[in-house]
Design a protein around this ligand. Sequence first.
Ligand code: AMP
Length: 285
Amino acid sequence: MRIVLLGPPGSGKGTQAQRLAARIRIPQISTGDLLRAAVARGSELGRQAKEAMESGGLVDDSLVLGMIRERLDEADARKGFILDGFPRNLVQAHALERLLASLGRPLDAVVQFEVDYAELVRRISGRRSCADCGRVFNLLSNPQPAAGEEPCPKTGAPHRLIQRPDDNEATVAERLRVYEEKTRPLIDFYRARGLLRVIDASGDLNEVTRRLVQALGVRRMRAPRVAPRAVRRAAARGRKAARKQALPRRGRTAPGRSRPAKAADARPRRAGAGTAKRTRRTRRR
Ligand code: AMP
């Protein structure tokens, strides 16, 4: 499926995109995450994007479009994607439409997240994300799991929670203003194309996921098939037999040898094996 999640900052697009991506096994593509990574790397793109991001404005369309073109060209995006934070204005929406039409892969659905203003501000102030894997949490509604549970998949340790530098009061007000002016018109753009679905994105996290999944009519993807136990055991027996055949035994000529292999060659010796015995014997003497 090719999906766009639309909604103001703090409406939960990122969190729900991550949940949906895990559920239907297609990548979440967040232009905000890609831009933050570019800034952290100190790349030319990051250098050019930094100022707009810090002020709460939009990064130049040509930069964002170049970045999204490259990302959609990657192998994992061929089977579908969830766009989060893109498109952000009509120029980007038209460009995306042309790009996907040229690839013969048009959008399937656009979901608009509806949350009231007071709730948005409350959510943004509690938002934290893991500095290593990027998973989004909320101190108020979606805290980090207890120690030992669901550690960071990148480090294996508890998530290192940080607050985004643009999640401060002044920048948030500007981001919400920019959303109203530039991004809200996309609702009509996609409604006119018959792609728009609207969900109530306030309230419980699991309930919002349920509404999203229902709006998209998607089902959980089946886990990769694991062979039944009997088949796995038979395969293991086959591997063991093959190893035995390949391993030279006392008196048997190993492939490529002209004389029978000695038992010592056949079985790999543990480091230090036999030394204890020799030492005892030496001591006795
Ligand atoms: P987000 O993580 O989606 O809230 O994005 C953080 C910041 O990155 C935004 O406030 C913008 O400055 C910039 N940004 C993200 N996506 C876009 C986009 N599609 N177009 C322009 N700027 C963007």
